[in-house]
Design a protein around this ligand. Structure first.
Ligand code: ZN
Ligand code: ZN
Length: 326
């Protein structure tokens, strides 16, 4: 067992406080690593506040974890001490169902095993996340981090990044694609970078006119402020793919009207209320609405390799751990 220090919420809505616990001793296929950076995902805040249903406390959040390997079990083949390593939103899954076999562990039919706010698979040990100084992961659920990438900027790739990379690959974005990204936050800015790196013509939809310069610096060709009633009219039937990262409640109809024939709007954000869909808008042009959630292990590694080749990381502000409640 390894004594580990972290920050935990001891109850719903509580501030995070320093918290000591133990990580398991390395099994044959385990990797131990010191955590260098952990991203702060909006879902960390939701779960600490128990906004997504009953949560498990004490809770050490954090599922965008980058570190340096300090020890490996006797059967580990893909990592050695000193390697840069990443862990994302889940630490395990059933490994046997149709989706796990296909590398779609995020859609494990038995449910993926989350990095925190749950129990480790087949044990009564609470899974503690990345707001801590040390981690143990089974080899199959870790990814290699390219050495040319700034590790602080890699951390959010492991949740926010893959959340955008997966639909961008699934819907085959390439040089002839016209892609729109709704919202330019932690999720949206990764959509812009990935789609632009694949050669697509990228448009950002935003309420905030002041984000235009950032959007264009990240690779967007166009920036559309979605205020008023008519913003969508010049964009009718333009986009092959719209990536909706917005988690606020909004009317999708103006956005759907900008989808080209056979275009798809992919829902990635989680608003509080169900969407109302206008059937007429869907019928006109055989449009689709879809959803997508993070990505599986092979795709997570593929994304990091792509980021290494294209020199892509998330834009981050780095804070000290003791600043977490601010
Ligand atoms: Zn996340
Ligand atoms: Zn499974």
């Amino acid at each position: 067992m390894t004594k580990t220090r972290g920050y935990a919420a001891l109850a719903a809505r509580a501030d995070l406080t320093p918290f000591e616990f133990e990580r398991r001793a390395l099994r044959d296929t385990d990797i131990g690593f010191t955590i260098d950076f952990a991203g702060i995902c909006h879902s960390d805040i939701h779960q600490v506040r128990e906004e997504w249903g009953p949560a498990l406390f004490p809770m050490v959040p954090g599922h965008e974890i980058v570190g340096t390997v300090t020890g490996v079990g006797s059967k580990v083949t893909s990592f050695k001490v000193g390697d840069s390593i990443g862990v994302g939103v889940f630490i395990d899954s059933c490994r046997k169902c149709a989706n796990c076999v296909k590398g779609l562990q995020q859609y494990c039919l038995e449910g993926m095993t989350g990095t925190y706010n749950g129990y480790e698979r087949n044990s009564q040990t609470i899974a503690f996340g990345g707001y801590s100084n040390y981690f143990v992961i089974e080899e199959s659920y870790a990814v290699k981090v390219p050495s040319n990438l700034e590790p602080a900027g890699v951390a959010p790739l492991l949740c926010a990044g893959i959340t955008l990379y997966s639909p961008i690959k699934h819907w085959k974005v390439g040089p002839t694609s016209k892609v729109a990204v709704m919202g330019l936050g932690g999720l949206g800015h990764m959509g812009v970078k990935f789609a632009a790196a694949l050669g697509a013509e990228v448009t950002v939809f935003s309420h905030s006119a002041h984000k235009e310069a950032d959007a264009k610096a990240m690779g967007a060709a166009h920036f559309v402020v979605t205020n008023g009633d008519d913003w969508h009219k010049p964009l009718r039937k333009k986009f092959d793919l719209i990536l909706n990262t917005v988690s606020a409640d909004l009317d999708l109809d103006p956005y759907l009207s900008t989808l080209a024939t056979d275009g798809t709007l992919v829902i990635i954000g989680l608003p509080g209320k169900p969407y109302a869909i206008n059937a007429g808008t869907m019928l006109d042009g055989r449009r689709s609405i879809a959803g997508s959630m993070i990505g599986g292990m092979p795709e997570l590694q593929e994304m990091l390799d792509f980021c290494g080749a294209k020199n892509i990381v998330s834009d981050v502000e780095v804070i000290k751990a003791d600043y977490i409640n601010q």
